[in-house]
Write a protein that binds this ligand. Sequence first.
Ligand SMILES: [Zn+2]
Length: 142
Amino acid sequence: MIKLNCQKNEFLLNRLIDGELSSDDSRDVSEHIKNCAVCRQQAVQMQQLSDHLSLLTFPEPNRDFFQSTLSVYRARIIKTTLLEWWCGLGIGLRAATCCIVILGFALGIYLGNIHDQYQQTHIYNPEDVYIAAFEPGEGALP
Ligand SMILES: [Zn+2]
């Protein structure tokens, strides 16, 4: 059994009332409460508060509330323009976006050049392609 101080007991007492303590910890808290009048008083008050809170009922919002909230939310989403999105970004995200767009263009130009070079150096005779595709064993692509 671990001897609890009042601060540790208070932490465990909250968990005990919420039903989250192991049996060993529950026994330690009960033992401390027996010997400490301050913590015993606190335990009684916390249990009373928990009991009162459990009696509260939470009203359900009516269906009109959901519908009006949802329609306002949808209206805000639809009205968001690209300019508003851009203005909402910080300077770091704007710089990152510009870099990504520029890199995308550069990559596109690079890949386009590679494709052009490949087409210029690899010109196939349509007859060879036909033989390779439809008459196996007769030929292969150069
Ligand atoms: Zn105590």
